[in-house]
Design a protein around this ligand. Structure first.
Ligand code: AMP
Ligand code: MG
Length: 403
C-alpha cells in the first residue's frame, strides 16, 4: 500500500486526455469548462458614460453656481447637444456623457429653478463619469480557458455579445456496484442477507453534482464472468468506469482481478487511507477505471478524493474541493497510522471554523449516515496523531467546488 500523497502524485502525473470540445449556446453552457480564452473585443464602456442621474457639466463651471439646462439626454439615445460654458444637460445613469462635459453633478446636489440648476453641493472633477474601458479594455483576457462557467461568467459573456462558447464535453462516468447481496431501489427482498445498494445512487448523484454525466449500470453479483462483461460494456460507453465492492481480499472480491485482466495499466492498488484502503485506479488508453471499496462511507470518501479530481481534469478544469482550517471543539482520537478522513460537523462562529463530532457514530465504514448534516471531512495525515481540543485541523468542504 502506498502513502496517500503518493497516490495523489500518481493521479496528478497520469496522462489525462481532455474530452472533446463542443460549441454550445451561451445559456446551455453553464456548468461546463471553457475551452477557449475569452478576450474583450471592445472597450466597456466604449465612451464616457454617466454613472448617476444628474446633470452633465464642465467642472470649471461649478464656480458659476447656476447653470442653464440646455437639453435632456436619456439612456439609449445618441447625444447631439454639447455642454458649453454656463450650461448643463440633464443626463441619466447609463447615458453617454455629452461632448464638452467632464463631470456629472447628481440630482441630489442641485435645486432646480425653472430651466436652471443651482448647485448646492460641489463634486470633484470627473465625478460619476465612467471612463472608457472602466469595465474592461479591448484585448483584455477576461475569462481564461479552463474556467468552469457559472452565472458571473455567463453575464460577462453576454455583455461581450458571445452567443456561443466552446466548452469541454463532460466526461461520461459509468457506475456499477458489485455484490451478490445488493438490492436496487424498489427491488423485492428475497432473503434476509440482502442489503440495499446505496453506492451506485450516491455516485450517480455525486457525478451529476460535480459536472460529469452519470451512466447508471446498477448492480451485479459477485461473478467473475458477469463483472468482466459488465466492465467491457461500460468501457465502450464511458470515459471513466467506477465500480464499488470487490476490491478487497475476500474470496468473492473479483473486481480487482477483472480490472487486472482487462489489459489496463494499474496506477495503484491500495492506499494507506481510512476509509477505503483497498481503492484501485487503472488506466486503459484514454479511459480510467476506479475500483472503489464496497462500504458506503468508504466509497463515498474515496470517490470525493479520486473520482472528482479526475472528472475535473478530463475537462481541463481547475476546480477542486475547498480545504479550510478549523479548530477542534473536542479531542480527536486517531485510530490508524494512515491518512484519515473523518466525517465531522462544521460550524462557523465570527468567521472562525470549528469542528466537532456530535452525533457521529464510531464504527465501521458502513455508516453512511455520518455524512448527513452540516458535514465536512476532517483530514489527518498518516504522520499526525491524536489531537487535543483547540488544535487546528484541515477540513475538506463537500459543498463548495472552487475554480
Ligand atoms: P466489499 O468491498 O465488496 O467486500 O463490500 C464490503 C461491504 O460493503 C459489503 O459487505 C456491504 O455491506 C457493503 N456494500 C457493498 N456494496 C454496497 C453498495 N452498493 N451499497 C451499499 N453497501 C454496499
Ligand atoms: Mg462484495
Amino acid at each position: 500500500m502506498i502513502h496517500f500523497n503518493e497516490s495523489l502524485k500518481k493521479m496528478k502525473e497520469a496522462n489525462v486526455t481532455p474530452t472533446q470540445r463542443k460549441e454550445l449556446p451561451l445559456m446551455e453552457a453553464q456548468g461546463y469548462v471553457l475551452a477557449e480564452d475569452i478576450v474583450a473585443d471592445h472597450h466597456s464602456p466604449a465612451k464616457p458614460t454617466s454613472a448617476m442621474d444628474g446633470y452633465a457639466i464642465r467642472h470649471q463651471d461649478l464656480c458659476l453656481g447656476r447653470l442653464k439646462i440646455s437639453s435632456i439626454n436619456p439612456a439609449g439615445s445618441e447625444v447631439s447637444d454639447a455642454v458649453r460654458e454656463g450650461v448643463c444637460i440633464k443626463t441619466f445613469t447609463g447615458s453617454l456623457m455629452p461632448e464638452g462635459a467632464d463631470t456629472l453633478i447628481p440630482i441630489e446636489n442641485v435645486c432646480v429653478e425653472g430651466d436652471e440648476i443651482v448647485i448646492t453641493q460641489e463634486v470633484p472633477f470627473g465625478f460619476s463619469v465612467r471612463a472608457i474601458g472602466e469595465n474592461y479594455a479591448k484585448g483584455e483576457l477576461l475569462i481564461p480557458q479552463g474556467t468552469r462557467l457559472s452565472f458571473c461568467e455567463i453575464g460577462v459573456l453576454a455583455s461581450l455579445n458571445i452567443a456561443k462558447v466552446w466548452v469541454y464535453e463532460k466526461p461520461t462516468v459509468a457506475i456499477l456496484s458489485t455484490g451478490s447481496e445488493l438490492l436496487l431501489l424498489g427491488e423485492e427482498q428475497t432473503n434476509s442477507a440482502q442489503i440495499r445498494s446505496s453506492n451506485n445512487y450516491i455516485l450517480e448523484a455525486m457525478v451529476k453534482a460535480y459536472h460529469g454525466i452519470p451512466l447508471q449500470l446498477g448492480a451485479i453479483s459477485d461473478d467473475k464472468e458477469s463483472i468482466l462483461n459488465a466492465l467491457e460494456m461500460a468501457l465502450q460507453k464511458s470515459d471513466i468506469v467506477v465500480t464499488t465492492g470487490g476490491v478487497s481480499v475476500g474470496d468473492f472480491d473479483f473486481v480487482k482481478d477483472v480490472i487486472g485482466a482487462l489489459g489496463c495499466e494499474i496506477l495503484f492498488k491500495g492506499v494507506r487511507i481510512k476509509p477505503g484502503q483497498h481503492i484501485m485506479v487503472a488506466q486503459k488508453g484514454k479511459q480510467f477505471i476506479i475500483g472503489l471499496p464496497g462500504f458506503a462511507y468508504s466509497s463515498t470518501v474515496t470517490a470525493l478524493l479520486y473520482l472528482l479530481p479526475l472528472i475535473e481534469k478530463m475537462q481541463a478544469g481547475r476546480g477542486g474541493l475547498r480545504q479550510i482550517k478549523a479548530r477542534l471543539k473536542e479531542p480527536f482520537t486517531k485510530r490508524a497510522k494512515k491518512a484519515e478522513f473523518t466525517a465531522c460537523n462544521l460550524s462557523e462562529v465570527e468567521g472562525e471554523y470549528y469542528v466537532d463530532f456530535k452525533g457521529k457514530k464510531v464504527g465501521t465504514s458502513a455508516i453512511l449516515t455520518n455524512m448527513l448534516g452540516d458535514v465536512a471531512l476532517m483530514v489527518t495525515s498518516e504522520e499526525e496523531s491524536s489531537k487535543e481540543a483547540g488544535e487546528e485541523v484541515m477540513v475538506l468542504l463537500l459543498d463548495s467546488y472552487t475554480a
